[in-house]
Design a protein around this ligand. Structure first.
Ligand SMILES: [Zn+2]
Length: 156
């Protein structure tokens, strides 16, 4: 296990190389689009959703994740499945050694609310993600009209 890996603590993330803001983390299973030999580690692997310029310049996107914390996950060229699994275990062990825990459902909900608050994601996307967490089919978001401003009476 190598010491002093770079770590980012979400909920907002940045490119390790150039610092460009990432749009979030793409789940391993979404990124792979089908079963892989690493599926049992899927919840500990993700990909930074980097801007086009980063992808064009091959800035590394693969990360190991634990809770909201991430660290780069590098697989040596032509390495075996076991070497990949070991790289994942080393990275996650490192994150755990920093005292980081799995994200609870409450953490995930709070993260989505935070991302809306800072303008990182649209409310519609937040509703979809919250529905996914709740295991219910996302619906179209109702439009709430602004409440008319009622002036506060001055008492003296
Ligand atoms: Zn970049």
């Amino acid at each position: 296990m190598s010491a002093n890996r770079p770590v980012q603590f979400g909920p907002t993330y940045y490119c390790w190389v150039c610092g460009a803001p990432a749009a979030g983390i793409i789940d391993f299973s979404t990124a792979m689009g089908g079963p892989t030999v690493l599926d049992k580690y899927a919840s500990y692997i993700g990909y930074l959703d980097l801007p086009v310029e980063c992808r064009r310049n091959r800035h590394p996107a693969r990360v190991a994740r634990l809770g909201a914390a991430i660290t780069p996950l590098h697989f040596p060229e032509r390495c075996s499945v076991e070497e990949k699994a070991q790289a994942i275990r080393d990275a996650v062990e490192y994150l755990a050694s920093l005292g980081i825990h799995e994200e609870t459902l409450a953490h995930r909900i709070a993260r989505i609310v935070h991302l809306v608050r800072v303008g990182a994601i649209e409310p519609d996307r937040a509703v979809n993600e919250l529905c996914n967490l709740a295991g219910i089919q996302p619906v179209s978001v109702p439009v709430f009209s602004e409440v008319d401003h009622v002036p506060v009476p001055v008492l003296w």
